[in-house]
Write a protein that binds this ligand. Structure first.
Ligand code: SAM
Length: 221
């Protein structure tokens, strides 16, 4: 997803001014709360079995500004939705969601190593007063994750390929079918397989933002 650089300084020098400012603000978030979400982790360093590795993407965190952009883009009220990050990595966006007043904030992550880091980050974040609601993490393949009841705000930052995405969409559509009055909103950042969602009749595309597309599940296709 991104070129490998030898040092953080080298990486910063190659960025434009806006990207540099974003990288600084991401680092400041970690520093403020004493957590570790910035550093990328390549697939070769992650504990994935071969069959899953092929369509799973490595850990690279969303910019700290993206959750607010996603909320604005969809116009949802966080207090009426549970938040789910499909492929949450070290949990940065889940922590931010817990601080934004979602009903609950859940991270789904395959890598046991990253899930462990996310749990430790959440513990520190809560202990230091970052949020009052404790985030939760579910470790496993996102395609196997059964979402909770109620309205869902699902966040996805290009975590995997079309096959795993399709499995996730099947689960979300089944959840909608079981409880048709609930809302299921999906924000897909860096939407490499956005057309997979758009092609399914159960989903209606909504507003798009800077490098993000939004969709709402309207019922079984
Ligand atoms: C691009 S990172 C996004 C991290 C986080 N969502 C964020 O925005 O900061 C993709 C993450 O998805 C995880 N992932 C990839 N395939 C997965 C799968 N099949 N099930 C669960 N997690 C997966 C990776 O381990 C990685 O942490």
């Amino acid at each position: 997803m991104a070129a490998a650089y030898k040092t953080v300084g080298q990486k910063l020098r190659r960025m434009g001014p806006a990207a540099r400012a974003a990288a600084r603000s991401d680092a400041a978030f970690d520093q403020q709360w004493g957590i570790n979400t910035c550093r990328e982790v390549t697939m070769s360093a992650l504990d994935y079995p071969a069959w899953l590795r092929q369509s799973s993407h490595h850990y690279q965190a969303s910019g700290t500004h993206l959750l607010d952009q996603a909320i604005t883009c969809t116009g949802i009220d966080p207090s009426a939705f549970s938040f789910v990050d499909l492929g949450c990595g070290k949990g940065r966006v889940v922590l931010l969601a817990a601080a934004r007043g979602f009903v609950s904030a859940i991270g789904v992550e395959y890598s046991p190593l990253l899930t462990q880091i996310a749990c430790a980050n959440a513990e520190t974040f809560i202990a230091r007063g970052g949020a009052t609601r404790t985030p939760h993490f579910w470790q496993g393949n996102a395609a196997d994750y059964v979402p909770p009841d109620g309205n869902l705000f699902v966040y996805l930052y290009n975590s995997f390929g079309a096959d795993i995405l399709s499995g996730c969409l099947d689960r979300l559509e089944a959840a909608k079918l079981q409880s048709p009055s609930r809302r299921i909103v999906l924000v897909y950042v860096n939407a490499q397989h956005g057309d997979v969602v758009a092609a399914r009749s159960a989903w209606r595309e909504g507003a798009s933002g800077d490098d993000m597309r939004s969709f709402e599940c309207i019922g079984a296709g």
